[in-house]
Unconditional design. Structure first.
Lengths: 103, 265
């Protein structure tokens, strides 16, 4: 199972800043292991962030994004105690959702 | 939007950006500042915190009774005072050898398994996560290693000798790379460990997450790699020489603020 993300969300002056650290190998499919065999591609393809039930960010990721990606963004609105949920899906169909309360 | 772009630039650009800078354009501080926001060492810290509280090993026990020097189970500030002399073992121990002791005595996980293991695998990988957890709880603390015990003095002197000891096919010592100011290898700065500020810069910024290889390295791992880069015999995990070098660095860096866990290119 995929490891948890670390998400922080803080509201200030009507804007919420969200910072997400994801745990993922982000393997490009271009690398070889010590025996010369190609390491299969394994990377996040889609990411969605929701404020309560409303989608505030939707992104497509690819193999050029680093291992353990870090993403920071802001959206208008959001208050203390609101829910922010982030979901990613990778090319193997694995998915992970984590949720935090806005601080 | 700017923040978002910055985040993507950090994630994507790291491997490509560093080598293209001309020498005079290298701005280490700005680079580090960008990296430090979202240090993936936090992922290891999360794993370590869970491991600390999880009952494991043949004795099915947690590490919550582990004494890192400030009393059983006290994690906050403990790393800043390590290595230290422990009465119960009669030895000077660094964080990793102390954790190994706790894992053996509390959980029944044989130390042999860690000493003979490989970095980033098995119990040694779990140890690294535990290290990330413990050091994060000394972030911003002042390095405060007590050198008054005779065994600590002995270790400090041994560490100093090891630091200047030239050996291996290249006739290298630690001092070959770490005894001058403002030296670097490619885009990696080399702290001058013969001075307190250099020792603090080195000791206080490892363990660290390395962005270029996406790995979290403990101080034992870092020291092992220094020996490997010297093309000399690689030290045994948690052996006296590794702890002595740690006492030397920590002791020299005393009083400076620790930036644990670090983030490196």
């Amino acid at each position: 199972m995929a490891s948890p993300m670390r998400i922080r969300a803080a509201a200030k002056d009507g804007v919420t800043e969200v910072r997400v650290l994801m745990s993922h190998v982000m393997e490009t499919g271009q690398r070889k292991d010590s025996s010369g065999a190609v390491i299969p591609a394994h990377f996040i393809t889609e990411l969605t962030a929701k404020h309560n039930d409303k989608v505030v960010l939707s992104a497509e990721f690819g193999p050029s994004v680093s291992t353990n990606p870090y993403l920071a963004f802001k959206f208008n609105g959001g208050a203390k105690g609101d829910k922010v949920a982030v979901t990613w899906v990778d090319n193997k169909g694995e998915t992970r959702t984590d949720e935090v309360q806005v601080a | 939007m700017r923040k978002q772009l910055k985040a993507i630039a950090v994630s994507v650009g790291v491997a490509l950006a560093a080598p293209v800078f001309a020498q005079e354009e290298l701005n280490f501080d700005a680079y580090r500042e960008m990296l430090a926001d979202g240090n993936p060492a936090e992922l290891y810290e999360m794993e370590g915190e869970e491991l600390w509280r999880t009952a494991r090993g043949p004795r099915n026990a947690t590490l919550e009774q582990c004494d890192l020097g400030l009393g059983a189970g006290v994690v906050a500030g403990a790393a800043a005072q390590l290595p230290r002399f422990f009465k119960d073992t009669g030895k000077v121990q660094d964080l990793e050898s102390r954790l190994m002791h706790c894992m053996e005595t509390l959980q029944g996980i044989p130390s042999e398994e860690i000493v003979k293991g490989k970095f980033r695998q098995g119990e040694r990988a779990k140890m690294a996560a535990l290290v990330a957890y413990v050091v994060t709880h000394s972030k911003g603390e002042k390095i405060a290693v007590d050198l008054s015990h005779p065994k600590m003095k002995e270790m400090y002197e041994l560490g100093e000798r090891a630091f200047y000891y030239r050996t291996g096919a290249m006739d290298f010592s630690c001092a070959s790379c770490h005894s001058q100011d403002d030296k670097r290898i490619r885009a990696t700065q080399l702290p001058n460990i013969t001075k307190p500020e250099g020792a603090a810069a080195g000791w206080g910024s490892w363990p660290a997450y390395r962005v270029s290889n996406s790995q979290f390295w403990t101080m034992q791992h870092r020291l092992w790699d220094c020996f490997r880069q010297q093309r000399t015999a690689e030290p045994i995990f948690a052996s006296d020489v590794t702890i002595a070098l740690s006492v030397f660095m920590a002791g020299k860096g005393n009083g400076a603020e620790a930036q644990w866990p670090g983030v490196k290119r």
